[in-house]
Write a protein that binds this ligand. Sequence first.
Ligand code: C5P
Length: 240
Amino acid sequence: MSRPIIALDFPHLAAVQEFLKSFPAEESLFVKVGMELFYSEGPTVVRFLKDQGHDVFLDLKLHDIPNTVESAMKCLAALGVSLTNVHAAGGIEMMTAAKRGLTAGTPEGQAVPKLIAVTQLTSTSEAQMQNDQLISVSLAKSVTHYAKCAAKAGLDGVVCSAHEVRQIKEATNEDFICLTPGIRPKSAAVGDQKRVMTPSEARKIGSDYIVVGRPITKAKKPYEAYLAIKNEWNGETVDE
Ligand code: C5P
């Protein structure tokens, strides 16, 4: 069964440890460590999660000159994460350098982490993109263009809205990973996410990975919420 990725949006390791107490010790999870947790705890938190048998998506969205990103990726690869990312806006040269750094930093015998790109942030509206970034095409066109650049740089996929999966796969190829946040089971609060999809809709549309945060982390019974989402994501329930 494929696992939804749980966004560990917590400020400290102690809060992560408390949250994980809701899960059976033998349950291997796929978790996302973002900026907040990584900037407060550093590599220690990734090592802790790996030691507990979990897989890690390190969501740091690197964006700097190619040489700096390449060196940073070398360090991150040594942590044994499964998936990490950069901003496509950094350009093809930067993304190629990121991939090179990841490959160089991966210890002998381990798999190179998959590398995906953020296209336009899902918090960016078309008007904001046009005014702030002076990009005059539509948001959809910009997203597709960045996805094609990521594919050209040899990346494995992109982070995108579930609503963008079809256009991205058509512009690249069916195997190009589309990882989609903004997922809500029907009963859950939408929070600040604007364009949401259910796990079942995301599966039907071709998302390869879903990221789910608050519907699990803020649930009264996180393990039950996780299992329900996991089952729905794997097509084990009908959502109509
Ligand atoms: O709590 P929720 O399910 O909304 O969490 C979604 C997670 O995915 C958060 O960690 C958020 O930062 C991340 N994310 C997102 N939209 C993106 C990229 C990442 O919601 N475009």
